[in-house]
Design a protein around this ligand. Structure first.
Ligand SMILES: Nc1nc2c(c(=O)[nH]1)N[C@H]1C(S)=C(S)[C@@H](COP(=O)(O)O)O[C@H]1N2
Ligand SMILES: [Mo]
Length: 367
């Protein structure tokens, strides 16, 4: 695996979130605009850098439970009808860090307000369903596995045996017309660290589903049991549950405050508190905001979303006395699900899928 040097400039404003140079969070300003610029969009890689892909010999293999296996060149994919829309990404490790997490992780997460492992971009590509239709799914098809060109020992296990980054989707989600094989991000060719030449974009589902550096699509007649499918991105259920794990798929209902930034000092007067809210493929129907640490709540003004983007919201706050304040936001989706006040997945200590209401401390000074 060769580390890509072409985009080293991209990292400058991003905040490293681990020591191996694998992952970088967006700084607060990357979340303040409706579109996250490519150079501020978080990077979450299991190994350092981007795998080198020789474009002259690049082929996307489509095989398994299909009538006609395919080997598509990049040009053949680009020649197919393009789709283009916004999709908000969130890593399922995005969120405030529980007390029992390592100190070092906590200090990094504080820098990014605990929310920088997400972003919103406009993606362009072809409908995966179109490629699967070309190959012809057999009636035996159950799951569709996506293989990245990156591999190595797992970052946590450290086992010297190689694992490849592979994830699967159920046929239904794979065949959804908005599941994309994307080659463009915000109008630019996919940057190397975001998956050049081709990545999956799975609207509404947590980031790990959107496999980068895609080289293979393999249709199975059973559930996929690869390492990153079954050993990661799951949360332990409570002691009374029927099943041990829940595997994360759609992003839970959640909201963040993006302005003022955490710890920022603002003047007395009227300040428009701003933020974002999202909930998988579902609509967000309301965002409540508190400026007194959750004692009282008022409703924010929700702006319409674009495609599968986050909703932006605004809440005019009249604040007359200087001092410290704790802001909170709490989103509710069209299914009636609301963000919990406490850390939801406390059983395993991994912190995945944390959509709790977050305390956002700011300072108000006399204008
Ligand atoms: N091939 C490959 N795809 C991958 C990953 C990876 O390490 N390798 N990381 C996944 C995870 S956990 C996330 S959150 C998203 C991050 O996408 P980004 O780095 O473009 O923001 O990519 C996903 N796709
Ligand atoms: Mo992730």
């Amino acid at each position: 695996m060769v580390v890509s040097k072409t985009r080293s400039a991209q990292k400058l404003e991003l905040i490293p979130t681990n020591e191996g140079g694998r992952s970088f969070a967006s700084p607060p300003k990357g979340l303040q605009t409706a579109i996250t610029p490519n150079e501020l969009f978080y990077i979450r890689n299991h190994w350092k850098g981007a795998p080198e892909i020789a474009m002259a010999s690049y082929r996307l293999a489509v095989d398994g439970e299909v009538d006609l296996p395919l080997h598509l060149t990049y040009e053949e994919i680009r020649a197919m009808p393009a789709r283009r829309f916004q999709v908000t990404f969130e890593c399922c490790g995005n969120g405030p860090v529980p007390e029992y997490w390592a100190k070092q992780t906590r200090s990094v997460m504080e820098k990014v307000s605990g929310h920088g492992i997400m972003g919103n971009a406009e993606w362009a590509g072809v409908s995966l369903a179109q490629v699967l239709d070309k190959a012809g799914l057999k009636p035996s098809a159950v799951s569709v596995v996506f293989t990245g060109a990156d591999h190595g020992p797992d970052e946590v296990v450290g086992d010297p045996s190689e694992v490849t980054y592979e994830r699967s989707l159920p046929v239904e989600k794979a065949m959804h017309p908005d599941t994309l094989l994307a080659y463009e991000m915000n109008g630019e060719e996919l940057p190397p660290l975001h998956g050049y030449p081709l990545r999956l974009v799975v609207p509404g589902w947590y980031g790990m589903c959107s496999v980068k550096w895609l080289v293979g699509i393999h249709v199975l007649d059973h559930e996929f049991d690869g390492f990153y499918q079954t050993e990661r991105y799951r949360v332990m259920n409570g002691p009374d549950a029927d099943t041990f794990y829940t595997y994360l798929t759609r992003m839970k209902v959640k909201s963040i405050i993006t302005g003022p930034s955490i710890g920022e000092a603002i003047p007395t007067g009227t300040y428009v508190v701003a933020g974002a809210a999202w909930s998988g493929e579902d609509d967000v129907v309301k965002v409540d905001v508190s400026t007194d640490g959750g004692k009282t709540w008022g409703q924010a003004h929700l702006l319409p979303r674009a495609g599968y983007s986050w909703y932006r919201w605004e809440y005019p706050w009249e604040v007359l006395s200087a001092g410290g304040y704790v802001l909170m936001s709490r989103a509710t989706n069209a299914r009636g699900e609301t963000q919990p006040m406490e850390f939801p997945n406390k059983w395993d200590g991994l912190g995945y899928g944390n959509n709790m209401v977050f305390a956002h401390a700011v300072e108000v000074r006399d204008a």
